[in-house]
Design a protein around this ligand. Structure first.
Ligand SMILES: Nc1ncnc2c1ncn2[C@@H]1O[C@H](COP(=O)(O)OP(=O)(O)O)[C@@H](O)[C@H]1O
Ligand SMILES: [Mg+2]
Length: 240
């Protein structure tokens, strides 16, 4: 497998706080990699650094052979790496179709083409029947799907999902699991942050564990879940 993303010594300070510190890992083409850690471990900050929403204090990010650590989000998106947001943010007044068209417009300036691709994307995330529904009228699970659709419409090679199953009911979680697997089958590489262990353990081929901004473990789901450092990081937080 060839590496698509290479992260080296990635560090982000907010004032005196090292939200991410000297984190290094790779994501290979075709993989599903999980990024886990207790609340405040630095997962969302890592996503923001990878996708250009934050600038690293130190460290390098190489995507598809190219240094991207000082590029803007829209440039990184055009290169093929896109994220979803933990807090779903559909454009509330725009229809589901218009929402995903915003993503399609990254590569296709022609409105008819963007609309055609937008419809296609809605079908992929199971929202074809909601094309004309405004973002604000969608249920949470539909908004989560739309969030994935918006990202998908930008045609990513690497898709970063931030807690897309959070807040969903059991059956809805399974639907999202199937969707993520399907996208991977279609050739999309995924880096996923998820609080629900069921989701992470089911989907990830490899897991990177953060705690207090540092990488404390990396390995298969079985290796990571048997790692004392990981157990301690989670148990310590549970007792808070
Ligand atoms: N914009 C910011 N300014 C200051 N501190 C931040 C900011 N974003 C995150 N943090 C802090 O950085 C740490 C990591 O946060 P975050 O990446 O959101 O963690 P996670 O997603 O793993 O829960 C936390 O202590 C959080 O309070
Ligand atoms: Mg987070």
């Amino acid at each position: 497998m060839s590496e698509l993303l290479q992260v080296r010594n990635l560090t982000k300070h907010f004032g005196g706080l090292a939200a991410v510190q000297d984190v290094s890992f790779d994501v290979n083409k075709g993989e599903i990699v999980g990024l886990i850690g207790p609340n405040g471990a630095g997962k969302t900050t890592t996503f923001s650094l990878l996708t250009g929403f934050l600038t690293p204090t130190r460290g390098t990010i190489t995507f598809a052979g190219r240094r991207i650590d000082n590029l803007k989000p829209h440039v990184i998106c055009r290169l093929g790496m896109t994220r979803t947001f933990q807090i779903v943010q559909p454009f509330p007044e725009m229809t589901a179709l218009e929402n995903v068209m915003m993503g399609a417009l990254v590569h296709h300036r022609n409105i008819d083409e963007a609309q055609r691709r937008g419809r296609n994307t809605l079908a992929r995330v199971g929202l074809a029947h909601k094309a004309d529904t405004p973002g604000r009228e969608l249920t949470l699970v539909e908004q989560k799907r739309l969030e994935i659709g918006k990202a998908l419409a930008t045609e990513p090679q690497l898709l970063l999902l931030d807690e897309v199953a959070a807040g969903l009911r059991e059956a809805e979680v399974d639907v999202i699991l199937d969707l993520v697997r399907q996208l991977n089958t279609e050739g999309i590489t995924l880096l996923i942050v998820e609080h629900l262990m069921k989701v992470i353990m089911n989907l990830s081929q490899r897991i990177v564990v953060l705690d207090f901004g540092q990488k404390i473990a990396e390995g298969s789901p079985a290796e990571v879940s048997a790692n004392p450092l990981v157990l301690e990081a989670y148990l310590g937080k549970e007792e808070d």
